[in-house]
Design a protein around this ligand. Structure first.
Ligand code: GAP
Length: 439
């Protein structure tokens, strides 16, 4: 069984800054706690995580459709969903140092982890995690709106619209990727827990009698997705929640957990939400949210199985899982061994020299590959250093153009993990890369 390594955390955070994956937000103003910006390489990684999820959850299925719902929503939605009453964490203040903590996350509820004071905490208060703001120019009670704390409610609110327009019937799902916001009391561990983050959620509507079987199906499918995209199985596990851990809507939840440097922690929850959400919204909005099967004459409120993952958190886990160091020619090589679909760049095009003679053929090679793959292009520094830079951002293949290319119209493919090289005619390059990558 793999062990968590704390050293790995610092190494990955440093690499993220150095290579343009993730920057602290508003850094020139001293930073803004717990918010991050995804730089040129990080935005590609995050996009690939989301694309890989969408491909498997929507594109490769016939029973799931997509949605992009609004972030702002009125209090009525959150009253019906139960978030206004229940989406809270117990908050305590240390009377000595004034720091705030989540009571349920303290190792010792008697001792302040910041200043060490004993018995200095206030009584716990339930703190609602939703961000509230005002819509329109007048800040009154009637103008209050909330930033969504999960993407899920958009799917329940649009259940009827989608049923009427998509020709789907249960079992079918609605998938959405987008930003969610939670006013976390203790954000931290880099992008693991932030106040603004991205989720990838599926609400899968099923006949009530099939709920257990679909819950099992999605637990397995979601675990397999991480493995298929390169997560080592000794750092991944599926853990069923104990009864006292369940959310207010759930009758059963399992988490896909990753072995982070601080130990096992959640990547994704798969929940059996029953008919809770559709029933709540049907009651509060005074409408019918049900399915009528014209064939059997049966009418029922579908049950919902929900695989809910964090895109930003998953991107971080892929970074941690991919990080590796080895000694090559007595020098340390840092390499991110990403799965090719997750790697920010798929190919780097590297002309050996900046000289004019190579410009034409380099442009030709880039033009050949860019329509198919995200390509990096780098002409500066010695080729060995450029290979190392690509290793550090996890690019699976480099294509090197040299002066022989002008005579033989061939280029060199260099593979990231083995560092092996192969000479290939330019005309065969796209097919050869396709064969090696599998796409
Ligand atoms: N609709 C159900 C739901 O939102 P959740 O377990 O609260 O369930 C789903 O959130 C996923 O969203 C989590 O497994 C995690 O990956 C991600 N997530 C939740 N809060 C987060 C935060 N503050 N920062 C980053 N990711 C978060």
């Amino acid at each position: 069984m793999a062990e968590p390594t704390y050293e790995l955390f610092d190494k990955v955070v440093n690499l993220c800054k150095r290579r343009g994956f993730v920057f602290p937000s508003a850094e020139i103003y001293g930073g803004f706690r717990s918010t991050y910006d995804y730089g040129p390489v990080g935005v590609l990684l995050l996009r690939n995580v989301k694309d890989a999820w969408w491909r498997s959850m929507v594109q490769l299925r016939h029973d799931v459709v997509g949605l992009d719902a609004s972030i702002l929503s009125p209090p009525a939605v959150w009253e019906a969903s139960g978030h206004l009453a229940n989406f809270t964490d117990p908050l305590v203040d240390c009377k000595e140092c004034k720091e705030r903590f989540r009571l349920d996350k303290l190792d010792d509820p008697e001792t302040c982890p910041n200043c060490g004071a004993k018995g200095s905490f206030t009584e716990a208060r339930q703190f609602n995690l939703m961000f509230k703001t005002h819509a329109g120019p007048v800040e009154g009670k009637g103008a209050e709106v909330y930033l969504r704390p999960e993407t899920a409610q958009g799917m329940f609110l649009n259940f009827k619209n989608i049923l009427e327009t998509s020709r789907k019937k249960p079992p079918f799902g609605i998938a959405q990727i987008g930003k969610s916001f939670r006013n976390e009391i203790t954000p931290g561990n880099f992008v693991f827990r932030t106040r603004e983050f991205e989720q990838m959620e599926l609400e899968f509507f099923v006949p009530p009698a099939e709920a257990d079987q679909w819950y099992e199906y999605w637990c397995k499918a979601r675990y397999d997705w991480y493995v298929e995209h390169g997560m080592p199985e000794d750092k991944l596990r599926l853990r069923a929640h104990d009864a006292d851990e369940l959310s207010h809507y759930s009758s059963g939840t399992s988490d896909v957990e990753f072995l982070f440097p601080w130990g096992w922690d959640e990547l994704e929850g798969i929940a059996n939400r029953g008919d809770y959400d559709l029933t709540q919204h049907a009651t509060h909005a005074d409408t019918k949210l049900e399915y009528f099967d014209q064939g059997s004459g049966e009418r029922y409120v579908p049950h919902v199985i929900e695989p809910a993952a964090g895109a930003t958190r998953t991107a971080m886990a892929f970074l941690m899982a991919a990080y590796d160091e080895e000694i090559v020619n007595e020098e340390q090589r840092t390499v991110l061994r990403f799965h090719p679909r997750i790697a920010p760049y798929t190919v780097a095009v590297l002309p050996l020299s900046k000289k004019d003679e190579l410009v034409g053929v380099s442009d030709e090679v880039l033009g050949l590959l860019q329509p198919h793959y995200m390509c990096d292009f780098d002409v500066t520094q010695a080729i060995g250093r450029r290979y190392r830079r690509q290793d550090e951002i996890g690019t699976p293949y480099c294509v090197t153009i040299d002066f022989d290319t002008l005579d033989d119209r061939a280029v060199t493919i260099r593979e990231r993990d083995s560092m092996e090289q192969e000479r290939v005619p330019i005309e065969a390059l796209r097919d050869r890369l396709g064969e090696r990558l599998g796409f």
